[in-house]
Design a protein around this ligand. Sequence first.
Ligand code: TGC
Ligand code: FAD
Length: 389
Amino acid sequence: MNSTLRDLDYFGLDELLAPEEKMTRDSVRQFVERHVIPRIEHSFATENFPLTLVPEMAELGIFGANLKGYGCAGMNGVAYGLIMQELEAADSGLRSFASVQSALSMHAIYGFGSEEQKQRYLPEMARGKLIGCFGLTEPDHGSDPGAMETRARRDGGGWVLNGTKRWITNGTIADVAIVWARVDEGITGFLVEKGKPGFSARDIKGKFSMRASVTSELIFEDVRLTDAERLPQARGLRAPLACLNEARYGIAWGAVGAARSCYNCALDYARSRRQFAREIGGYQLVQNKLVSMLTEITKGQLVCLRLGQLKNAGKLRPEQVSFAKRNNVGEALKIARTARDILGANGIVNEYPVIRHMLNLETVNTYEGTYDIHTLILGRDITGLSAFE
Ligand code: TGC
Ligand code: FAD
């Protein structure tokens, strides 16, 4: 096994997992080992998502893994989280692809679509035959999506959509875009298929982060849509925010995977790299760094497991998801930076996965609600006072 993929289980959490949860985790880890690790550095270098991985990911039941029916695997929250952890141990871009397909796009249709829309899209998306994207952010409205300018106006029995969405994962490779727009009654969602007249997409190039992931701008110029292309149950900002809860949940688990990969790499390096006639892992300063990494990863794992239990019991609150996303990503980013430091000059080359994880985690700390936005969500929860007003 690629050493950076190996497990880290200081508190014996494996004992708390059900056999089918472990089986799911192990099969995804094996897939990552065989199919992702050999090509991920090339994808990162060439700014491409490896689309050839999609059929096998579908075969493993990764897309819509925790949805029931419509060809989805119907796994529990812990199994779903473990999948995200193993994917992100390879690359945040791979987990992003799965998050956007499952937690954002499929979840939007599952939660807010008509029965016809569910039948039409979900089985094909679960099989990886149709790819989705989720357009909430705009050039001028990121943390505050409630101020969005994309608008759909009534025109006879249908709609005319105008606006721009930016920073949209999978935008140019998606067959269907979930587009959030303002209508007279508030905010709602539309399903806009690739090729619709007036709909165009272009990639944002030159990223230093998430290079193995497609990030795009979506432009809508007088795109005509019917009522059948609107998500009928999506009323208000709470609809896209409900999808974000699902994606943030997966990110909280995923970030621990990226951190684990960095820790394993730094530990191996510290045990073999010699300076001043001994292994650097023998120095107290380096041990302090490794122990801090181990501690934060273990705390993150405990948070994830409890999050999964609450999700399975239907008791999970969005604020608890914010807690986990904020903490686990923030700590993963610190761990990646520390691992980079322990590797010295070797920390900056792609012979090791650390710098790639570190750069990716800068995005993960920003998207799906920045670290500070989640601070304010938690601050509002404990004080009862909203900093957003
Ligand atoms: P606010 O007044 O707080 O809420 C508006 C309505 O929504 C309800 N609500 C939620 N519902 C479900 N889940 C949540 N987490 C919810 N948070 C709020 C709320 O009860 C209210 O309902 P109602 O019926 O009373 O109207 O709204 P606000 O405008 O003050 O904004 C709050 C804030 C800042 C927390 C929110 O806008 C926010 O979360 N901003 C961050 C934006 C963000 O995360 N964007 C992510 C874009 S997608 C993405 O990044 C994908 S990355 C790709 C990948 O995942 O890999
Ligand atoms: P801004 O909102 O402009 O924030 C800038 C800074 O101001 C941040 O530090 C922020 O914390 C701070 N700030 C903002 N408001 C406050 C406040 N009230 N108090 C204190 N500080 C504040 N979006 C999608 O819809 N779909 C996607 O698929 C998607 N994929 C993405 C992929 C990548 C690679 C990236 C980088 C982004 C993606 N996003 C996506 C967009 C992402 O969700 C936004 O970047 C994020 O929500 C932050 O918005 P912003 O970049 O406009 O930053």
